[in-house]
Design a protein around this ligand. Sequence first.
Ligand SMILES: [Cu+2]
Length: 69
Amino acid sequence: MATAEFQVTGMSCGHCETAVREEVGLLEGVEDIQVSAESGRLVVTAIEPLEDAAVLAAVEEAGYSAVRV
Ligand SMILES: [Cu+2]
């Protein structure tokens, strides 16, 4: 398992969390997603290491921006 942590900008509520979770969950190999609108923290666990760019693109698809931390 590989875990990667991101800081997301722009989430404000549970709907935002759900939007991020849904988009990131579409990425192949993703096993677990922890996302908090309050802290902006996104932790993605996948079977194999994900490309940062793929996760960032998924977050952007949901309507937010993120950086790897
Ligand atoms: Cu929201």
